[in-house]
Design a protein around this ligand. Structure first.
Ligand SMILES: C[S@@+](CC[C@H](N)C(=O)[O-])C[C@H]1O[C@@H](n2cnc3c(N)ncnc32)[C@H](O)[C@@H]1O
Length: 288
Protein backbone atom coordinates (compact mmCIF):
# COMPACT_ATOMS: atom_id res chain seq x y z
CA UNK A 1 0.00 0.00 0.00
CA UNK A 2 1.39 3.42 -0.95
CA UNK A 3 1.41 6.09 1.72
CA UNK A 4 -1.58 8.03 0.30
CA UNK A 5 -3.70 4.85 0.34
CA UNK A 6 -2.50 4.17 3.85
CA UNK A 7 -3.53 7.62 5.05
CA UNK A 8 -6.99 7.08 3.57
CA UNK A 9 -7.16 3.62 5.22
CA UNK A 10 -6.26 5.08 8.61
CA UNK A 11 -9.07 7.65 8.37
CA UNK A 12 -11.52 4.86 7.50
CA UNK A 13 -10.39 2.61 10.34
CA UNK A 14 -10.90 5.40 12.87
CA UNK A 15 -14.64 5.26 12.08
CA UNK A 16 -14.92 1.54 13.00
CA UNK A 17 -17.07 0.86 16.07
CA UNK A 18 -14.27 -1.23 17.50
CA UNK A 19 -11.65 1.54 17.15
CA UNK A 20 -10.42 2.61 20.57
CA UNK A 21 -11.53 -0.58 22.33
CA UNK A 22 -10.22 -3.92 23.48
CA UNK A 23 -11.84 -6.59 21.36
CA UNK A 24 -12.79 -10.20 21.85
CA UNK A 25 -10.89 -12.15 19.14
CA UNK A 26 -14.01 -14.30 18.55
CA UNK A 27 -15.93 -11.24 17.35
CA UNK A 28 -13.55 -10.46 14.46
CA UNK A 29 -15.37 -11.02 11.17
CA UNK A 30 -13.05 -13.64 9.71
CA UNK A 31 -13.61 -16.74 7.58
CA UNK A 32 -14.14 -19.11 10.54
CA UNK A 33 -13.90 -22.33 8.54
CA UNK A 34 -10.40 -21.65 7.17
CA UNK A 35 -7.57 -23.42 8.94
CA UNK A 36 -5.05 -21.30 7.03
CA UNK A 37 -4.88 -18.14 9.14
CA UNK A 38 -3.74 -15.95 6.22
CA UNK A 39 -6.97 -16.89 4.41
CA UNK A 40 -9.05 -16.82 7.57
CA UNK A 41 -8.15 -13.17 8.18
CA UNK A 42 -8.10 -12.31 4.45
CA UNK A 43 -4.55 -10.99 4.70
CA UNK A 44 -2.97 -9.86 1.45
CA UNK A 45 0.55 -10.87 2.44
CA UNK A 46 2.64 -13.31 0.52
CA UNK A 47 3.13 -16.56 2.39
CA UNK A 48 6.77 -16.85 3.31
CA UNK A 49 8.48 -19.15 5.73
CA UNK A 50 10.88 -17.45 8.10
CA UNK A 51 14.38 -18.92 8.11
CA UNK A 52 15.53 -19.34 11.69
CA UNK A 53 19.13 -20.36 10.88
CA UNK A 54 20.39 -16.88 11.64
CA UNK A 55 18.55 -16.77 14.96
CA UNK A 56 20.24 -20.00 16.02
CA UNK A 57 23.68 -19.02 14.73
CA UNK A 58 23.70 -15.60 16.36
CA UNK A 59 22.76 -16.60 19.88
CA UNK A 60 24.16 -19.21 22.19
CA UNK A 61 21.89 -21.77 23.82
CA UNK A 62 22.12 -19.80 27.05
CA UNK A 63 20.43 -16.72 25.67
CA UNK A 64 16.75 -16.75 26.82
CA UNK A 65 15.83 -15.77 23.27
CA UNK A 66 16.84 -19.10 21.79
CA UNK A 67 14.29 -21.00 23.94
CA UNK A 68 11.58 -18.79 22.48
CA UNK A 69 12.87 -19.37 18.94
CA UNK A 70 12.71 -23.14 19.38
CA UNK A 71 9.00 -22.87 20.21
CA UNK A 72 8.30 -20.46 17.36
CA UNK A 73 9.95 -22.82 14.86
CA UNK A 74 7.22 -25.41 15.61
CA UNK A 75 4.43 -22.96 14.72
CA UNK A 76 2.33 -24.06 11.72
CA UNK A 77 1.41 -20.47 10.81
CA UNK A 78 4.00 -18.65 8.72
CA UNK A 79 5.39 -15.32 9.66
CA UNK A 80 7.18 -12.48 8.01
CA UNK A 81 9.28 -11.06 10.83
CA UNK A 82 9.67 -7.35 10.31
CA UNK A 83 12.65 -6.76 12.58
CA UNK A 84 16.04 -8.47 12.54
CA UNK A 85 16.66 -11.45 14.88
CA UNK A 86 19.12 -9.23 16.75
CA UNK A 87 16.41 -6.63 17.41
CA UNK A 88 14.09 -9.25 18.95
CA UNK A 89 16.97 -10.81 20.89
CA UNK A 90 18.12 -7.45 22.30
CA UNK A 91 14.56 -6.70 23.35
CA UNK A 92 14.10 -10.03 25.12
CA UNK A 93 17.50 -9.84 26.76
CA UNK A 94 16.73 -6.34 28.09
CA UNK A 95 13.30 -7.38 29.42
CA UNK A 96 14.82 -10.37 31.19
CA UNK A 97 17.12 -8.04 33.09
CA UNK A 98 14.32 -5.72 34.31
CA UNK A 99 12.21 -7.27 37.10
CA UNK A 100 10.39 -3.91 37.56
CA UNK A 101 8.47 -4.32 34.31
CA UNK A 102 4.93 -5.65 34.91
CA UNK A 103 3.03 -4.62 31.79
CA UNK A 104 3.97 -4.51 28.10
CA UNK A 105 2.29 -2.64 25.24
CA UNK A 106 3.25 -3.71 21.74
CA UNK A 107 2.23 -1.08 19.19
CA UNK A 108 2.17 -2.39 15.61
CA UNK A 109 1.97 -6.20 15.43
CA UNK A 110 1.47 -7.08 11.72
CA UNK A 111 1.74 -10.90 11.64
CA UNK A 112 3.06 -11.28 15.15
CA UNK A 113 6.81 -11.31 14.55
CA UNK A 114 7.69 -9.50 17.78
CA UNK A 115 4.50 -10.61 19.54
CA UNK A 116 5.53 -14.28 19.47
CA UNK A 117 8.62 -13.43 21.55
CA UNK A 118 6.91 -10.92 23.84
CA UNK A 119 4.02 -13.31 24.55
CA UNK A 120 6.42 -16.00 25.74
CA UNK A 121 8.12 -13.48 27.99
CA UNK A 122 4.71 -12.33 29.32
CA UNK A 123 3.78 -15.91 30.25
CA UNK A 124 7.16 -16.55 31.86
CA UNK A 125 6.82 -13.42 34.03
CA UNK A 126 3.04 -13.64 34.33
CA UNK A 127 2.50 -10.09 33.15
CA UNK A 128 0.00 -8.51 30.77
CA UNK A 129 0.79 -7.95 27.10
CA UNK A 130 -1.49 -5.52 25.26
CA UNK A 131 -1.31 -5.89 21.47
CA UNK A 132 -2.26 -2.64 19.72
CA UNK A 133 -2.81 -2.24 15.97
CA UNK A 134 -4.94 -0.28 13.51
CA UNK A 135 -5.64 -3.41 11.51
CA UNK A 136 -8.12 -5.73 13.23
CA UNK A 137 -7.24 -8.66 10.94
CA UNK A 138 -3.57 -8.46 11.90
CA UNK A 139 -4.64 -8.55 15.55
CA UNK A 140 -6.76 -11.66 14.95
CA UNK A 141 -3.97 -13.40 13.06
CA UNK A 142 -1.37 -12.50 15.68
CA UNK A 143 -3.59 -13.63 18.56
CA UNK A 144 -4.25 -17.05 17.04
CA UNK A 145 -0.64 -17.47 15.97
CA UNK A 146 0.52 -16.77 19.52
CA UNK A 147 -1.92 -19.30 20.99
CA UNK A 148 -0.65 -21.94 18.57
CA UNK A 149 2.84 -21.34 19.98
CA UNK A 150 1.95 -20.89 23.64
CA UNK A 151 -1.72 -21.57 24.48
CA UNK A 152 -1.31 -20.39 28.10
CA UNK A 153 -0.76 -16.87 26.74
CA UNK A 154 -4.55 -16.41 26.45
CA UNK A 155 -4.53 -15.42 30.12
CA UNK A 156 -1.88 -12.75 29.56
CA UNK A 157 -2.82 -11.13 26.24
CA UNK A 158 -5.40 -8.50 25.34
CA UNK A 159 -5.95 -7.04 21.89
CA UNK A 160 -6.71 -3.36 21.37
CA UNK A 161 -7.99 -2.02 18.06
CA UNK A 162 -6.56 1.44 17.53
CA UNK A 163 -3.45 3.53 17.77
CA UNK A 164 -1.39 4.36 20.85
CA UNK A 165 -3.04 7.76 21.52
CA UNK A 166 -6.47 6.03 21.52
CA UNK A 167 -5.17 3.38 23.93
CA UNK A 168 -3.73 6.02 26.25
CA UNK A 169 -6.86 8.24 26.03
CA UNK A 170 -8.97 5.27 27.10
CA UNK A 171 -7.04 5.31 30.40
CA UNK A 172 -5.75 1.76 30.31
CA UNK A 173 -2.52 2.56 32.06
CA UNK A 174 -3.67 4.88 34.80
CA UNK A 175 -4.01 2.05 37.32
CA UNK A 176 -0.55 0.66 36.62
CA UNK A 177 1.96 1.17 39.41
CA UNK A 178 4.55 3.79 38.60
CA UNK A 179 7.49 2.87 36.37
CA UNK A 180 6.26 -0.61 35.50
CA UNK A 181 5.19 -0.31 31.86
CA UNK A 182 7.31 -1.13 28.82
CA UNK A 183 6.26 -0.21 25.28
CA UNK A 184 7.57 -1.60 22.01
CA UNK A 185 6.82 0.53 18.92
CA UNK A 186 6.87 -0.62 15.33
CA UNK A 187 3.72 1.09 14.10
CA UNK A 188 3.43 4.22 11.97
CA UNK A 189 6.84 5.49 10.87
CA UNK A 190 5.56 8.94 9.88
CA UNK A 191 6.96 11.90 11.77
CA UNK A 192 3.64 13.37 13.02
CA UNK A 193 2.36 9.95 14.16
CA UNK A 194 5.58 9.04 15.97
CA UNK A 195 5.59 12.49 17.65
CA UNK A 196 2.03 11.76 18.87
CA UNK A 197 3.07 8.32 20.17
CA UNK A 198 6.10 9.79 21.94
CA UNK A 199 4.01 12.64 23.38
CA UNK A 200 1.74 10.01 24.95
CA UNK A 201 4.77 8.47 26.62
CA UNK A 202 5.99 11.90 27.77
CA UNK A 203 2.62 12.83 29.27
CA UNK A 204 2.42 9.49 31.10
CA UNK A 205 6.08 9.35 32.01
CA UNK A 206 5.37 8.26 35.58
CA UNK A 207 3.87 4.95 34.42
CA UNK A 208 6.59 4.01 31.95
CA UNK A 209 9.79 2.24 32.79
CA UNK A 210 11.21 2.24 29.25
CA UNK A 211 10.29 1.93 25.59
CA UNK A 212 11.91 0.63 22.42
CA UNK A 213 11.25 1.82 18.91
CA UNK A 214 12.27 0.19 15.65
CA UNK A 215 13.20 1.58 12.23
CA UNK A 216 15.22 4.52 13.47
CA UNK A 217 17.45 3.85 10.46
CA UNK A 218 14.66 4.31 7.93
CA UNK A 219 14.00 7.11 5.44
CA UNK A 220 11.78 7.59 2.40
CA UNK A 221 12.84 9.38 -0.76
CA UNK A 222 9.28 10.74 -0.84
CA UNK A 223 9.54 13.70 1.50
CA UNK A 224 5.74 13.80 1.81
CA UNK A 225 5.83 10.29 3.35
CA UNK A 226 7.62 11.91 6.34
CA UNK A 227 9.52 8.79 7.43
CA UNK A 228 11.72 10.13 10.24
CA UNK A 229 11.26 7.85 13.27
CA UNK A 230 14.54 8.81 14.97
CA UNK A 231 13.93 12.53 14.55
CA UNK A 232 10.37 12.24 15.87
CA UNK A 233 11.70 10.64 19.07
CA UNK A 234 14.21 13.49 19.37
CA UNK A 235 11.47 16.05 18.76
CA UNK A 236 9.88 14.92 22.03
CA UNK A 237 12.86 13.77 24.11
CA UNK A 238 15.42 16.29 22.86
CA UNK A 239 18.62 16.01 20.89
CA UNK A 240 20.56 15.03 24.03
CA UNK A 241 18.29 12.13 24.96
CA UNK A 242 19.89 9.14 26.63
CA UNK A 243 19.36 5.79 24.88
CA UNK A 244 20.94 2.51 23.87
CA UNK A 245 21.00 1.23 20.33
CA UNK A 246 19.34 -2.13 19.70
CA UNK A 247 19.17 -4.43 16.71
CA UNK A 248 21.61 -4.20 13.85
CA UNK A 249 23.63 -1.25 12.60
CA UNK A 250 23.43 -0.28 8.92
CA UNK A 251 26.59 -0.27 6.83
CA UNK A 252 28.41 2.75 5.37
CA UNK A 253 26.20 2.85 2.27
CA UNK A 254 22.50 3.61 2.05
CA UNK A 255 20.42 0.56 1.12
CA UNK A 256 17.40 1.01 -1.15
CA UNK A 257 14.48 -1.36 -0.55
CA UNK A 258 13.52 -2.91 -3.90
CA UNK A 259 9.89 -2.50 -5.08
CA UNK A 260 9.05 -0.21 -2.20
CA UNK A 261 6.03 1.98 -2.94
CA UNK A 262 7.23 4.24 -0.14
CA UNK A 263 10.71 4.43 -1.77
CA UNK A 264 12.29 3.39 1.49
CA UNK A 265 15.99 3.19 2.19
CA UNK A 266 18.17 2.85 5.25
CA UNK A 267 20.50 5.69 6.12
CA UNK A 268 24.18 4.78 6.59
CA UNK A 269 25.72 3.87 9.97
CA UNK A 270 22.43 4.04 11.82
CA UNK A 271 20.86 1.82 14.48
CA UNK A 272 17.83 -0.31 13.61
CA UNK A 273 16.22 0.71 16.87
CA UNK A 274 16.74 2.50 20.14
CA UNK A 275 15.67 1.90 23.74
CA UNK A 276 15.06 4.74 26.21
CA UNK A 277 14.56 4.51 29.96
CA UNK A 278 12.20 7.15 31.32
CA UNK A 279 14.11 7.86 34.51
CA UNK A 280 17.03 9.03 32.34
CA UNK A 281 15.01 11.22 29.99
CA UNK A 282 12.71 14.21 30.20
CA UNK A 283 10.19 15.08 27.49
CA UNK A 284 10.69 18.52 25.99
CA UNK A 285 7.51 18.59 23.92
CA UNK A 286 4.00 17.91 25.22
CA UNK A 287 1.70 18.74 22.30
CA UNK A 288 -1.61 20.33 23.17
C1 LIG B 1 6.08 -3.00 10.42
S1 LIG B 1 4.56 -3.66 10.91
C2 LIG B 1 4.90 -4.34 12.52
C3 LIG B 1 5.76 -5.56 12.48
C4 LIG B 1 5.89 -6.33 13.79
N1 LIG B 1 6.27 -5.47 14.86
C5 LIG B 1 6.89 -7.48 13.69
O1 LIG B 1 7.71 -7.64 14.62
O2 LIG B 1 6.84 -8.26 12.73
C6 LIG B 1 3.66 -2.22 11.29
C7 LIG B 1 2.29 -2.48 11.90
O3 LIG B 1 1.84 -1.26 12.46
C8 LIG B 1 0.46 -1.10 12.20
N2 LIG B 1 0.23 0.36 12.26
C9 LIG B 1 0.51 1.30 11.34
N3 LIG B 1 0.25 2.52 11.82
C10 LIG B 1 -0.18 2.36 13.09
C11 LIG B 1 -0.59 3.23 14.13
N4 LIG B 1 -0.58 4.56 13.97
N5 LIG B 1 -0.97 2.70 15.31
C12 LIG B 1 -0.98 1.36 15.51
N6 LIG B 1 -0.60 0.47 14.57
C13 LIG B 1 -0.20 0.96 13.38
C14 LIG B 1 0.23 -1.77 10.87
O4 LIG B 1 -1.13 -2.16 10.73
C15 LIG B 1 1.20 -2.94 10.95
O5 LIG B 1 0.56 -4.05 11.51
Amino acid sequence: MGFKDELAYVELVKKDVTFGHFINPDTIRSEPDCTDLIQKYRIAAQKRECDYTQHRQLFSNHHPFIDYVEKIVQCPHPNIEQCTPKYYADLIYYLHCQPEIRHICEVGVFLGGGSAYLAQFAVERNLTLDLIDLNIMFLGYTYERILSIIPEAAANIRIFHGDFPAYIDAGHLTKQPKQTVFAQFDASHRFPDVVKDMTCIGKNQAQFYAFAIQDTHLRSKLIEAEVFVDLAVQAVFGSRMSYVEIGTQTGPKAYNFPNSEWMLYTRPNAPEGILLELNRNQPEYFGN
